[in-house]
Design a protein around this ligand. Structure first.
Ligand code: PHE
Length: 365
């Protein structure tokens, strides 16, 4: 019997859970969709109370990657790898190599349906180790033939998004006239803070890691606790740490006018988009804002474009976001809804079109 009554969009194509033969750690690779082409998405190595939590995270993150790729105009679908570390257990160098080889073997078993990249807890050197087991790893170091660290490109995309967001919310793209609270000063957040300082913006910053205070000082940003950063009275909040920070509990406390940042899965649940709307906070969907890294890596590694061409595509995030915010305003919907329906439409069109999966669109997205 053929099932016709299930929501195909919400269902993953293929999910593998494997206890790593070498590491003994749970490796989850979730392939959400290959409707537009090979699924791509980073490899997250993080602590979870139970590996089931890592599994759930992989499902959510990979589905978001499908929207991210579709909205970025890439001929790719979404996937994600999660290695769930038990709390308090940090692998040593040999253990880390073993677990990355386990990840590589699982990806190799998918025969090209999915390629990985860096994410929370991994970087270019880890991609090189994974690449010892499978060719499907983006962002290996430049010396090794990859496109290298993607965090700066992600930050460039965030800045482009902030221009579009400020134009829509405040009627001007001039960042020097605005105040920002950057929450999370990891690799991407640190670059965003520096770039905003360069643009003359007024800044507040916070991170759970006190040692990052120097980054705030260097950028002339006021250092505050993560809680105060989230609720700072600024024009724009920039979430650049882990996801899930926008919830029914946190939204009533927000004092910003708009939100755009690179953290993945910022909303704890889809309904939170309406809460933001009701509070008058304009939220730029994270799947659009955070696409710079993946746009750059695929442009350089898959399509052999120059860095300049790839950078132009990353800046195209401004047009993509402007279009979504415009659609939302015109249709009386939330930006989250507008983004979701555009992504679904692209997947359907791409699925039907015999020319899909060739080259990225030439309009800079
Ligand atoms: N962490 C990246 C993201 O969420 C994943 C990625 C980056 C994958 C670059 C491939 C290349 O978009």
């Amino acid at each position: 019997m053929v099932a016709t009554d299930i929501d195909i969009e919400s269902m993953h194509e293929h999910v593998v859970v494997k206890r790593g033969a070498r590491s003994g750690l749970p490796v989850v690779v979730a392939v959400h969709s290959t409707a537009l082409g090979q699924a791509i998405g980073g490899c997250r190595i993080a602590y979870y109370p139970h590996w089931h939590d890592g599994f759930t995270d992989a499902l959510r993150l990979s589905a978001a990657m499908s929207d991210k790729c579709a909205l970025a105009g890439l001929p790719n679908g979404g996937g994600k790898t999660v290695v769930a570390l038990p709390p308090g257990r940090t692998p040593d160098a040999a253990g880390r190599r073993a677990l990355l080889h386990d990840v590589g073997d699982v990806i190799a078993g998918l025969a090209g349906a999915y390629a990985t990249g860096p994410d929370v807890g991994t970087g270019p050197d880890d991609m090189l180790t994974i690449a010892e087991r499978t060719p499907h790893a983006f962002c290996r170091p430049v010396e090794a033939g990859g496109s290298g660290d993607s965090s700066e490109h992600t930050a460039v995309g965030v800045l482009a998004a902030l221009h579009a967001l400020c134009t829509e919310r405040f009627g001007s793209a001039d960042l020097s006239a605005r105040s920002f609270a950057v929450l999370g000063l990891g690799r991407v957040g640190g670059h965003v803070l520096r770039m905003l300082a360069g643009a003359g913006a007024t800044l507040v910053a916070g991170d759970i890691d006190e040692t990052r205070r120097g980054l705030a000082d260097a950028a002339g940003a006021a250092w505050v606790s993560p809680e105060d950063c989230l609720t700072a009275g600024v024009d724009v909040l920039v979430p650049a740490a882990l996801g899930g920070l926008l919830t029914a509990r946190s939204v009533p406390k927000l004092r910003c006018a708009a939100i755009a940042g690179p953290a993945n899965n910022q909303l704890d649940a889809p309904a939170t988009a309406e809460l933001l709307d009701q509070r008058g906070v304009l939220w730029a969907p994270d799947v659009v804002v955070s696409a710079g890294g993946i746009i750059h890596a695929t442009a350089v590694e898959l399509h052999h474009e120059t860095s300049a061409r790839a950078a132009a595509r990353v800046r195209g995030i401004a047009d993509t976001l402007a279009g979504i915010l415009r659609d939302a305003r015109a249709g009386g919907s939330t930006p989250a809804d507008a983004a979701r329906s555009q992504a679904r439409q692209r997947r359907r069109d791409g699925h039907r079109s015999p020319t899909s999966g060739q080259a990225p669109s030439s309009d800079g997205r």
